[in-house]
Structure formats: structure tokens, C-alpha cells
Write a protein that binds this ligand. Structure first.
Ligand code: GDP
Ligand code: MG
Length: 441
């Protein structure tokens, strides 16, 4: 599978301390082969491997503590980037009802998705209405009714003899019905064909035009392989869509289609479907998908090890500085920033005597304090940070102006720093410390 291949390609780097250009090229070649074998589109593969290669040969890797793990990190970041970066949320209309239209080939999982969406929307406090606009398949309306019942959602279907065969009319009637009956979201299930064809596209485009949906979700079976790109492009040209839903991710497919579709259409993946049950469905998280493709178990633990080694080295350096009494405003700021990442601070604290009291104070920490401290210290010159003694009145005024704070804020910060520095010396001599920057204690 893609995951195994990528893991193998990257695991070869594990033993290397320093990477050569040929190490990188070899690995990138393997990654390229693995992606192509997993049915990722050729253009996507080319662009992806070019970026990974460039970054892997760049300075960030050379300077890294462990270059091999840095390459893994780069691959992970680039995968997340291709998959859209941030998790994309559903867009809701300012004036309800929000209209969500589903489009895609037959068997992609649209009708099932309608039920899943209904259930999920209800949990989020919405009152969805499911609309049966697949009037092609004999049992399609009934299938939606069954799914709607399972989800506890109302289903709007054409009355026999009224609008049968005219999905555009059904969709318009349904939106009117939703407005009357206070359904704040309308989910329109549409017909699909086994292959892309002009009639299907026209029907879907007509429904889109008539209902002006807030979201058009293109539903695609993650298992369809290389056809994914052609199908996605056909739907983009024929109907266009605002987001993608990947279904059947519970199968063997491990992301080839996801990578291609997101990259080629430039449309984000909004949801992932992972089974036939209505609960087997979730918002799509690019970082989790990247982890899945890279195989969490193995590769990510490598990344974590690298990260840990890095944190520990930083903590050690800090402890040494403190012991030598060379504690500067830069260190002070760095410490506060580490508070944000409590894990990092915990490690540092663990290395000092009197650790328990410090941990207790962590819980009372105010995040805004870090932001203010950052602003002030970043407005200082490097010399001022090293030698706070030179901070006279006019310098303090300049810093206050530069950081958008008052002189009193600056004075208080310097005072807190001095207390912290004193305390750090106590720590170094084995006394019981307080956390710097924590305000009055
Ligand atoms: P439609 O033709 O696009 O409406 O597709 P359907 O919703 O009727 O789904 C086609 C088949 O795929 C049905 O048997 C569903 O149970 C199944 N299906 C849908 N989504 C998933 C999924 O995420 N995983 C799996 N394993 N099966 C799914
Ligand atoms: Mg259907």
C-alpha cells in the first residue's frame, strides 16, 4: 500500500546521521514510485516530489538535529498542504435555509451521505431536510426515506403524479417547504450514472442553477483510483463544486485519490466517510489523513523522537544558563513561550529542584501575559535584552511606544524579570523557585 511504501522509503533514512544529496534523491525517487503506484495523478506527484526534494536539500535539514527525521517532517507537512492544510468547515447561509447539494457518480455514496449529514447536522443543533432529487433509479426515493428515518430527519419527496421526473421542480418545492417548516438546512440528493455523461451533468447543473446552493459537495469513492481525477474534472466543468467528500475510506484505498482530487481541483475535502453506518463519518482533517498515508504507528513516532530530543536539548541549555547566572530577557521570553507548550516546560521544570510548586502555578497562568511580554521584549534591541540595566527612562518610553504598551507595563515587566533572575539564581543554588513572569506570587 501507499502507506507501507512511503514508510519503507523514509525508514531507510533512519540510520543516517548526515544526509547526502544522493540519499535525498534516492528517497524522493522511492516516494515518487510509491505515490504513482497508489494512483496519485502524475502532475500531482511531480509537483509534490519537487517540493520535498528542494526542501530536503535545503538549510532547514542540514541544520537539523536529526536530518532524516526532518525529511519525514517535510513529507508530512507537504502532504498536509496538498490535502488543503486547515480543516475546512461547512459554509452556512446568513439567511436560512442553507442549501447543500450532493453530486457524483452512481454508487459514490451520495444517498448514504445525505443520511450521515442529517445525523451530524442534527447533533450540531440544525434541523435538516433531506430532498429526494434522484428520480432516475427506481428505489432511490425509498432509499433516501429509509436513510432519513434512521437519521430521524424529514425527507421531502415528490408526491406521486406531481413533479415526478422533474428534479429541478422537486428541489425548488423543497426549499419553499423548508422555509415554511423552519428547516434551516436543505440537503439535496441527486441522481448519478455509472459513468460521466452529458445528461447527468446537465441535470445536476440545472438543479444547481435553480437552487443556488451554499455548498455543492462532490462525492467520490476513494477506491476508484486513477479515474478519480478525470471524474472530478468532469464534475468541476459540468456542475462545479465547492467541496469534496471522500467516501469508502474504510476500504483499501489509502489516500491516492484524496491527494489527486484535492490537488487537481483546488477544492478542499470537507468530509470523510468511513463505512456504511450513518455514524461512520467525520469532518476531514488534512493532518490526520497525512498521518494515515504516512502510517502513524511508525513514522510519526520517529518525528516525535526527534522533537523530544530537540526539546530536551533546549531545556538543558536553559538549565545551564541559569546555573551560570547568565539569564537574559531573551531567555525570560523563551521561558514564557515555552509555557504555552506546557509539555516543554514540564520537562524543563522536571530538571529543577522544587518542581511541584512550579507545576501548581502553571495552572494559574494567563495566556495574555505571554502576548504582552512578547510585544514588549520584541521591541527591545538585542543589547537591551542582554543587559536590562541600560533600560533608562527614554529607552523605556521608546519600547512602550514600539510595543503599544504603557511605560508602567514596561516597568512591571523589567521588575518581574529581575525577580525571575534572582529566583533563577536561587534555583541554581538548590532553593525553592517560583515561576518567572507569573505576576505576584
Ligand atoms: P449513491 O448512488 O451515490 O447514492 O450511493 P449510495 O449512498 O447508494 O451508496 C452506494 C453503496 O456504497 C451502498 O451500498 C452504501 O452502503 C455504500 N457506502 C456508502 N458510503 C460508504 C462508505 O463510506 N464505506 C463503505 N464501505 N460503503 C459505503
Ligand atoms: Mg443515491
Amino acid at each position: 500500500s501507499l502507506s507501507d511504501r512511503l514508510t519503507a522509503a523514509l525508514a531507510n533514512l533512519r540510520t543516517k546521521g548526515v544526509l547526502t544529496a544522493s540519499d535525498v534523491d534516492g528517497t524522493v525517487r522511492e516516494i515518487r514510485r510509491a505515490l504513482l503506484d497508489a494512483d496519485v495523478n502524475l502532475d500531482v506527484v511531480k509537483a509534490f516530489t519537487a517540493r520535498v526534494r528542494e526542501r530536503a536539500l535545503g538549510a532547514e535539514v542540514n541544520k537539523a538535529l536529526n536530518p532524516a527525521q526532518q525529511v519525514v517532517q517535510i513529507v508530512n507537512e507537504e502532504l498536509i498542504g496538498i490535502l488543503g492544510g486547515e480543516t475546512r468547515r461547512l459554509e452556512f447561509a446568513k439567511q436560512p435555509p442553507t442549501v447543500i447539494m450532493l453530486a457524483g457518480l452512481q454508487g459514490a455514496g451520495k444517498t448514504t451521505l445525505a443520511g450521515k449529514l442529517a445525523m451530524w447536522l442534527e447533533k450540531e443543533g440544525h434541523t435538516p431536510l433531506l430532498v429526494a432529487c434522484d428520480l432516475q433509479r427506481p428505489n432511490a426515493v425509498q432509499q433516501l426515506q429509509v436513510v432519513g428515518e434512521q437519521a430521524g430527519a424529514t425527507v421531502f419527496a415528490p408526491e406521486p403524479g406531481n413533479g415526478v421526473g422533474n428534479p429541478v421542480r422537486v428541489a425548488k418545492d423543497a426549499i419553499r417547504f423548508a422555509r415554511d417548516k423552519q428547516h434551516d438546512v436543505v440537503v439535496i440528493d441527486t441522481a448519478g450514472r455509472l459513468g460521466v455523461d452529458a445528461d447527468l451533468m446537465k441535470q445536476a447543473a440545472d438543479i444547481r442553477r435553480a437552487t443556488d446552493p451554499d455548498e455543492v459537495l462532490f462525492v467520490i469513492d476513494a477506491m476508484i483510483g486513477q479515474d478519480a481525477v478525470a471524474t472530478a474534472k468532469a464534475f468541476q466543468d459540468g456542475v462545479d463544486f465547492t467541496g469534496v467528500v471522500l467516501t469508502k475510506l474504510d476500504g483499501d484505498a489509502r489516500g491516492g485519490a484524496a491527494l489527486s482530487v484535492a490537488s487537481v481541483t483546488g477544492r478542499p475535502i470537507v468530509f470523510a466517510s468511513t463505512g456504511e453506518k450513518l455514524t461512520e463519518f467525520e469532518p476531514f482533517h488534512p493532518d490526520r489523513m497525512a498521518s494515515r498515508i504516512l502510517d502513524l504507528g511508525d513514522i510519526l513516532s520517529l518525528i516525535e523522537q526527534a522533537q523530544q530530543a530537540f526539546d530536551e536539548r533546549e531545556a538543558l541549555e536553559m538549565a545551564e544558563k541559569i546555573a551560570e547566572g547568565e539569564f537574559t530577557l531573551d531567555d525570560f521570553l523563551k521561558q514564557m513561550q515555552q509555557l504555552r507548550d506546557k509539555g516543554g516546560l514540564m520537562k524543563m521544570i522536571g530538571m529543577l529542584p522544587g518542581a511541584r510548586q512550579m507545576r501548581e502555578q502553571l495552572d494559574q497562568f494567563d495566556e495574555r501575559e505571554i502576548v504582552r511580554t512578547e510585544a514588549i521584549i520584541q521591541s527591545m534591541t538585542p543589547q537591551e535584552r542582554r543587559q536590562p540595566k541600560i533600560l533608562n527612562g527614554s529607552r523605556r518610553l521608546r519600547i512602550a511606544r514600539g510595543s503599544g504598551m504603557t511605560v508602567t507595563d514596561v516597568n512591571q515587566l523589567v521588575q518581574r524579570f529581575e525577580q525571575a533572575a534572582k529566583m533563577m539564581k536561587t534555583v541554581a543554588r538548590g532553593g525553592v523557585p517560583q515561576i518567572p513572569g507569573m505576576g505576584p506570587v
